[in-house]
Design a protein around this ligand. Sequence first.
Ligand SMILES: [Zn+2]
Ligand SMILES: [Zn+2]
Length: 292
Amino acid sequence: MKVTILGTANAWGPNPLLNAPWPMTGSLSDGRKIEIRRYRTAFLIETADGKKILVDCGPDFSHQFREFRIGVIDAILVTHPHYDHVGGLHELSLYKATGCLPMPMYATSAAWTHLKDDLGVSPIVGKLVTEMPLTFGQALKIGSLTITPFQVEHHAIDGASAGFVFEENGRRLLYTGDFRAVSNPDDALFKQSFDHVIMECDRFYGLAGPGIGGNHNSFEEAVQLLTNGVFSAPAPKQVTFVHFGDHGPKGLGSTYQDWRENMLAGLQANGLADVMPDADRVVAYEGMVIEL
Ligand SMILES: [Zn+2]
Ligand SMILES: [Zn+2]
């Protein structure tokens, strides 16, 4: 499978009123420069047999569609019904010229209810998207890719937030979606080795619990999950963090390089060098490609 990161930002993206640099540049290990847009978090998965699956469709979708030449997709997976993950669904009218509409869109029943009743998605059901079910623990297959949704704690609406395990040809990728915790960390799904984990990381320092920011994972909390939590036994062979918010390692205005240097140092200091064999893949940026 091939993953292309389409967006890396939190709910609102970079805000000049909060001193956020935009667009942001960064340097990889070999000195290669990257430009970081901080579009809202989403990614594209291409399967070995040529299917394209969009994971979340936020309000930056039309820009991502053009910039990354996404082309015709076969399905959409929705992690949860927050605007930054579904606010671009009406933009799927870009596909009217292709005849591929409505396209299958998978979300849990709780998410579908909220999407239709509260987020204005009803008018496009049957026109741009087809309502498809998603049940925690029940694998579905798109082309040669097996996708198993698992429940995470994030949303005030019970059962509306999912992470995904993607499996193809013996390779395993996990995406947490937005989360403050995995609901069933003892599930056998997490006991087998992952080639790659893409983990939400909204802020650098932790604010555990239901307080401000408590619905999201932080880098500090990620270190705990990787050292003695759900992603520790076995630890993934590579981790990538995504969904960056305002509160970076140097506070408001933190740059890609600030996130990168502090995350690499933090993983190293906590004995987690094994989860970052490729230092350039630890901090997600728009256009990053992961091939498994
Ligand atoms: Zn989000
Ligand atoms: Zn969210």
